[in-house]
Structure formats: structure tokens, C-alpha cells
Write a protein that binds this ligand. Structure first.
Ligand code: ADP
Ligand code: MG
Length: 236
């Protein structure tokens, strides 16, 4: 077996669904723009985590992904860095609304994702706004009005703001569902479906989940188009 095959086996990485590209074994393999590689280097990371190695080349092909992996596997940069590349390709004006929407179950997690987006997207000048419940809407709406590339949000608050027609989704072309299993456990499925209905259908969708029960399989089947399924570790 090749060194790549040994690596995939060692980390229990499997990817199924269509022609799956080889993983990026090193940061140089990724071909990420220098302003992104600079921030990764700055953080002191030496190589992609298994989920990053396997999902990055798939995401860069604009394909949908459902990734099943435990916490601590590096999922956040797994989708944020392809999102930065997506933004660079689209060159949309953030004044006209976000290009990337990330759904997250809690305020705390959403804030962590925003922090990571601002840290690793600094040289690429990526803007990111965080929307969550339990805080007044006024500041969040003001931030939205200034324009943003990425919105990271809990489903309840984002759905409220959509219903108020205070956010323009017409140029959204990348949707990320982080911790999808947890969002469903928290009862967010109706809000998730309403949000997704407002996003133009020609989008790319990336879904991350720690578990793979039938509720998650169902929503993945409804929201993703010919996804590549990536498993890290053993999944039943
Ligand atoms: P998950 O969402 O899968 O639970 P996170 O995205 O929160 O995991 O990442 C866990 C930690 O690993 C974070 O502190 C993150 O900055 C760090 N990390 C991410 N990618 C790498 C990498 N390639 N090398 C080293 N550390 C990384
Ligand atoms: Mg995470």
C-alpha cells in the first residue's frame, strides 16, 4: 500500500460517493493562497488533521460533504478554510449580504467559530458576524448592516432575523451545518429547514456531525446533493 493508504487506514478515514480526490498530506499540497497559509503557519500547525486532509480537496471541488467525526478533530478549520477560498473565488460584495452561512447549536460554539474565522481569515480580510439568541438583536442587526462575508448563527436567532427581512440571502452559496446531530437534538429542525429554504438552491452544503442516527441521515438526504461521506473513526 502507498503512504497515503497507510495514513488513511491508520486514522480510520473512509470517503465514499463518487470519485474521491486524494487527501492533502501537507499544507503545501493544499495550494491555499499565501494569505491563508501564513495564518496557519502563524498558529504553529505542522500538518492537516485527518478530517482536514480528506475533506479539503473535496470541498475545493465544490462538492457537498457529510463528515462524521468526533470532537477535537479540527472540523472548524475543515470548513472555514474552504469557505475562505470560496469567498476569494466569488469576490462578492459583503454589503449585498453574506456569501457563507454557518449554523451552530449554541451561542458559545458560534462565538468560538467566529473567533477562529477572524483569526485565520485576518490576512485574507474575511468579515464574520455572529447571531445568537439571549442577547438583544439591535447590535447584531447593526453589525449585519455594515456588511459581512460570513454569518455564524444559531438557527433560532437567524430564523427570527430572516422573518424580519433584515438579512439578504441572495448571494449565499455555501452553507455549513456544524454539529448537526446536536442541533436536531435541541429541536432546531424546523428553523434549519426554514433557513435552508431561503438559500438559493445552487449552493454547496457541508454537514458535520459526531453521530449518525436516522434523523441525521434523513436531513442529510434532504439537504445535500450527491454528498461525499467522510468518516473518521469507526461509525456504525
Ligand atoms: P472539532 O470542531 O472537530 O471539535 P476544532 O475545530 O474545535 O475541533 O479543533 C480542535 C483544536 O485543534 C482547536 O484548538 C484548533 O485550533 C486545533 N487545530 C485545528 N486544526 C489543526 C491542525 N491542522 N493542527 C493542529 N491543531 C489544529
Ligand atoms: Mg466543532
Amino acid at each position: 500500500p502507498s503512504s497515503v493508504e497507510v495514513y488513511l487506514q491508520k486514522h480510520e478515514v473512509t470517503a465514499t460517493g463518487g470519485d474521491v480526490p486524494a487527501p492533502f498530506m501537507t499544507f503545501e499540497d493544499t495550494g491555499f493562497p499565501p494569505e491563508i497559509l501564513r495564518e496557519i503557519q502563524f498558529a504553529g500547525f505542522t500538518s492537516p488533521t485527518p478530517i482536514q486532509a480528506q475533506t479539503w480537496p473535496i470541498a475545493l471541488q465544490n462538492r457537498d460533504i457529510v463528515a462524521i467525526a468526533k470532537t477535537g478533530s479540527g472540523k472548524t478549520l475543515g470548513y472555514l478554510i474552504p469557505a475562505f477560498v470560496h469567498l476569494k473565488r466569488r469576490r462578492n460584495n459583503p454589503q449585498n449580504g453574506p456569501t457563507v452561512v454557518v449554523l451552530s447549536p449554541t451561542r458559545e460554539l458560534a462565538t468560538q467559530i467566529q473567533d477562529e474565522a477572524l483569526k485565520f481569515g485576518r490576512s485574507a480580510r474575511v468579515s464574520c458576524t455572529c447571531l445568537y439568541g439571549g442577547a438583544p438583536k439591535v447590535h447584531q442587526l447593526k453589525e449585519l448592516e455594515r456588511g459581512t462575508d460570513i454569518v455564524v448563527a444559531t438557527p433560532g436567532r437567524l430564523n427570527d432575523i430572516l422573518e424580519m427581512k433584515r438579512i439578504d440571502f441572495r448571494q449565499v452559496s455555501l452553507l455549513v451545518l456544524d454539529e448537526a446531530d446536536r442541533m436536531l437534538d435541541m429541536g432546531f429542525e424546523p428553523q434549519i429547514r426554514k433557513i435552508v429554504n431561503e438559500i438559493p438552491p445552487q449552493r454547496q452544503t457541508l454537514m458535520y456531525t459526531a453521530t449518525w442516527p436516522k434523523e441525521v441521515r434523513k436531513i442529510a438526504g434532504d439537504l445535500l446533493r450527491n454528498p461525499v461521506q467522510v468518516n473518521i473513526g469507526n461509525v456504525d
